[in-house]
Design a protein around this ligand. Structure first.
Ligand SMILES: [Zn+2]
Length: 311
């Protein structure tokens, strides 16, 4: 007994006197699950982008910077060097019959802070080859880049779905990344591409909703099961801090500024009025929550989900 006490005292003293305790710095795995009726939806983290202030159109830069700081967001630098962190999220739907991935993240196209979708799908207990459908919100690099890796298909058993105008626009655009074009052509040539129109049904309870403006054929996806509903709204916002309070503010990435603004305003009102659970590609991970009107009647606020285990 004495020996044990002595040993414990030595251990205790050595911990007290340890010069260093290793900082772990590893984060929790990048996935978060929730249920929509009987469908399991898993948010899958791709990573983050640092966006500069001139991302925004229609707001004074100093004003945007002040709003972002007021929200205690992840920022770096100031003035011209100011940037704010924006999450890149994708969503994996398990209907119990099939696995459907909404967007593929950035792959290697956006630098080392992104490209984690495949790894996080595996962390979440699934395999890329088990995914049978990929539905794209649009074809910007942070959404389509993860479809291939070194020119090879990451999801060999999937059929891909995108808005027909969106696909035509990018495939006929000479600035479009060649690797993206090649991989999309592989799917098209193998008859594994389906063109979507507004309202198209992808599976029971999952339908596409045209939300144009950010791109020509930007789509959201509505998931309904067991009386519950989720709207995945893609890139309706980039930085939630500025664009919830000021839905009029657009971004440099929007194809049609006016259309993007009108679509965002109408959709925020709709999901706020109806209390619809909402998911966004660039909302803070896991990118899930609700939209509520601000008390002063101007704009909206984002109410993120709480971490809760599933029953
Ligand atoms: Zn995006």
């Amino acid at each position: 007994m004495k020996k044990i006490i002595l040993l414990l005292s030595i251990l205790f003293i050595s911990v007290l006197h340890a010069d260093t305790v290793k900082i772990q710095k590893t984060q929790v795995p990048g996935y978060y699950r929730f249920m929509v009726g009987s469908y399991e939806v898993t948010s899958i983290y791709d990573g983050y982008s640092n966006l500069p202030l001139d991302t925004y159109k229609g707001i004074d830069a100093a004003n945007a910077e002040a709003i972002i700081k007021k929200e205690y967001s992840h920022i770096s630098g100031s003035g011209k060097n100011f940037s704010f962190k924006v999450s890149v999220n994708t969503f994996l739907i398990n209907t119990g019959k099939e696995l459907i991935l909404v967007d593929t993240g950035s792959g290697n196209s956006m630098g080392p802070a992104t490209g984690a979708v495949k790894k996080n799908i595996e962390m979440a207990g699934y395999k890329p080859e088990d995914i049978t459908k990929i539905i794209f919100t649009h074809l910007h690099p942070d959404h389509v880049g993860g479809l291939s890796e070194g020119g090879k298909q990451v999801y060999p058993n999937a059929v891909i779905y995108a808005n027909e105008k969106e696909m035509d626009f990018w495939m006929n655009n000479s600035d479009f990344n060649k690797e993206f074009k090649d991989i999309l052509n592989t799917y098209k040539n193998n008859k594994k591409y389906k063109a979507l129109k507004d309202g198209a049904e992808i599976a029971a309870g999952i339908k596409g909703v045209l939300l144009p403006g950010h791109t020509i054929g930007h789509m959201g996806y509505e998931i309904t099961s067991g009386g519950q509903k989720l709207l995945i709204w893609g890139d309706i916002t980039h930085g939630y801090e500025v664009q919830f309070a000021n839905p009029d503010v657009t971004t440099a990435y929007d194809y049609d500024q006016n259309q993007a603004k009108e679509t965002r305003k109408a959709l925020m009102k709709k999901v706020s009025d109806e209390g619809t659970m909402t998911a966004g590609s660039h909302l803070p991970f896991p990118g899930l929550g609700h939209v509520a009107p601000n008390a002063d009647g101007k704009g909206y606020r984002w109410i993120p989900v709480q971490y809760v285990p599933l029953d």
